[in-house]
Design a protein around this ligand. Structure first.
Ligand code: 13P
Ligand code: SF4
Length: 324
């Protein structure tokens, strides 16, 4: 958003296909307040692709997948960053732009992947696999990143693994992402047993049923889905890659095998594409609302802090990833 700040009333046109008119009055007061508070506090809002459309399209300044949000967080010049997403994303923004105040509207917005592994687990793995580099998905705590050699996202995992020039890596904690990347590279990948609670629920039968019910549908899946699901899809990629695919290929009918808000957010810009909507909700992403974004800006809550000793080592792992 640039130039004159829009008002909620002028924003409705953009989202009218995904937000029913009857729901709009519930949002408009918070949207106007957030637009005003952003100016007053010199704040920007970074929103992940899984945020609901009234956040994604009406108050966010920067949107994208985990990789884009990390890159763009580094360049923010405003005083305050509000991260409309989950805790590891806010930590990553703080790591990359430590002088800024980084706020997460609900401290409980976690992630089943981040919860699946501890720093101690990584120390034990290093004893078991001496000399094998540790590639850690960004969906982890800063303390886990600090024990890692390099981070990756679903958007760059293959490039990161291959950049190390070694025959074998540990890739943690998402077992399915690790297996999906292993299928694309000669590097041997040792995985962990973490899963995304949203993507692990999709099954190959779901995809076959969607194809039977909606002939000709193009199926795009996130690589956090089990490999048997990815095998049934036409394309697998990060949330940004799925969104780019729709823009580039303009399929007549598409299903995004991922979190529910993705389809709403992408549909706004593609009125000619029919979106088939089976999806799963991420309960963590859905903890972020216009109401708590407004409170975050009004009350300066909840500021993300990272132990400086942890931050220094975690930042190195993220910066190595961004250099690939
Ligand atoms: P990406 O946006 O990086 O594809 O990640 C998806 C995800 O699950 C983030 O929580
Ligand atoms: Fe974590 Fe999955 Fe939710 Fe993303 S969608 S925040 S990986 S639980």
């Amino acid at each position: 958003m640039s130039g004159m700040t829009p008002s909620a009333a002028s924003l409705y046109d953009r989202v009218q296909r995904v937000i029913p008119a009857i729901e709009w009055p519930v949002f408009s007061d918070d949207i106007d307040a957030i637009l005003r508070l952003k100016r007053e506090r010199n704040a920007v809002i970074l929103a992940h692709n899984y945020q609901t459309p009234e956040i994604f399209h009406c108050v966010a300044d920067i949107v994208g997948d985990s990789l884009a949000l990390a890159r763009k967080a580094m360049e923010v010049e405003a005083d305050v960053i509000v991260l409309a997403g989950v805790h590891f994303m806010a930590e990553t923004a703080k790591l990359l732009n430590p002088s800024k105040t980084v706020l997460i509207p609900d401290m409980g917005a976690g992630c089943s992947l981040a919860d699946s592994i501890t720093p101690e687990d990584i120390r034990l793995l290093r004893q078991r696999y001496p000399g094998v580099p540790v590639v850690t998905y960004v969906n982890t705590s800063a303390a886990v990143k600090a024990e890692s050699d390099i981070c990756c996202t679903s958007g760059n995992a293959k490039a990161v693994v291959e950049s190390l020039g070694v025959p074998r890596v540990l890739m943690l904690p998402d077992e399915y992402l690790a297996q999906n990347i292993a299928a694309q590279t000669d590097v041997e990948i040792i995985a962990w047993k973490g899963h995304c609670e949203v993507h692990e629920r999709f099954t190959p039968e779901d995809i076959r049923e969607m194809r039977a019910a909606h002939p000709g549908v193009t199926v795009l899946a996130h690589p956090e889905c089990p490999p048997e699901v990815v095998a049934e899809a036409d394309f697998a990629g990060s949330t940004a890659a799925m969104s780019d695919y729709v823009g580039r290929e303009k399929p007549a009918r598409v299903v995004l095998v991922t979190e529910c808000s993705m389809s709403d957010n992408v549909a706004v810009d593609h009125p000619d594409v029919e979106f088939i909507r089976p999806c799963n909700l991420c309960p963590h992403m859905k903890l972020i609302t216009l109401g708590n974004i407004r409170s975050a800006l009004e009350r300066n809550q909840h500021a993300v802090t990272i132990d400086p000793a942890v931050a220094e080592r975690a930042r190195l792992a993220v910066e190595r990833m961004l250099a690939v």
